[in-house]
Design a protein around this ligand. Structure first.
Ligand code: BTN
Length: 259
């Protein structure tokens, strides 16, 4: 099991990972981090688990991961930012994970809207952001991160869609090192956001997007919309050119069908 001691050894952050709760099995690291956030735990606390019995993905999907092979963890944040910034947090997390993976493996990561990370066109990591708002202010934000690290085999229905770092690099990846580098990148970008605003992470995301200026089909409330991706809105929505007009779709209610 990943122990707090092995994860913290050589960790070069000040706030991120100041306390790490490590579990062999838990329902969901996001739910545990939310409970901690609601009872006064400080910013930077991390919950990590080998196995989640009720791991959550976006849009109500399950996140199923193999114990002892991957990374599944959540970081509790208490940002001093307006609620309008919440929708941009997934981009900050995606760019941080992408940079950490690139540093460690030399691979070039692709960001897929809204918050998937791909290698060779297949997903290897996902991000689930959950937040709590009290009296129109952010009480806390949970950044949940799942990374397929050393998993070699995927269920047949996923094998054309999913990959892992070990499959892409053909080598074993040190999970503790990747975890520490991810926290370093998260902390660095978090400081940038505080100094320069939330939009400062967007260029890093856009330079890793292969959807820009490409045709994209999305499913929105039962309707399929096809357009060309023109960029991101100030709130992180996907801006599409559809039949000569611009249309923005939002992550909470949209599924990418084809890109
Ligand atoms: C997605 O791609 O749909 C998002 C997946 C997010 C999974 C992570 S694993 C750690 C954290 N705890 C959860 O229950 N989910 C997130």
């Amino acid at each position: 099991m990943l122990s707090e001691k092995s994860l913290r050894s050589g960790l070069k952050t000040k706030v991120f990972g100041r306390k790490i709760f490590s579990f062999e099995s838990i329902d969901s690291t996001n739910d545990c981090a939310k409970a901690l956030g609601g009872c006064g735990a400080p910013e930077g606390v991390v919950v990590i688990a080998e196995e989640q019995t009720a791991g959550k993905g976006r849009l109500g999907r399950a996140w199923i991961t193999r114990p002892h092979e991957n990374l599944t963890f959540s970081v509790l944040l208490k940002p001093d930012l307006g609620v309008e910034n919440l929708s941009l947090f997934p981009f900050f997390a995606a760019v941080s994970v992408a940079r950490a993976v690139e540093q460690l493996t030399g691979l070039k990561v692709e960001c897929k809207w809204p918050n998937d990370l791909l290698l060779s066109g297949k997903k290897f990591a996902g991000i689930l952001l959950e937040g709590s708002i009290k009296q129109n202010a952010i009480e806390y934000v949970i950044i949940g991160i799942g990374i397929n690290v050393n998993q070699q085999v995927f269920p047949s229905e996923l094998s054309s869609l999913a990959t892992s770092l070990t499959l892409e690099t053909k080598s074993h990846i040190n999970r503790e090192k990747l975890f520490r580098e991810t926290l370093v990148q998260l902390e660095w970008h978090y400081k940038e956001i505080a100094a320069k605003g939330m939009n400062s992470v967007m260029p890093g995301w856009l330079e890793r997007s292969t959807m820009l200026n490409q045709p994209v089909s999305v499913l929105l409330q039962g309707e399929t919309i096809t357009g060309v991706m023109r960029g991101l809105s100030a709130e992180g929505g996907l801006v599409l050119a559809v039949d000569g007009a611009e249309r923005t779709v939002h992550a909470g209610d949209t599924t990418i069908l084809k890109r």
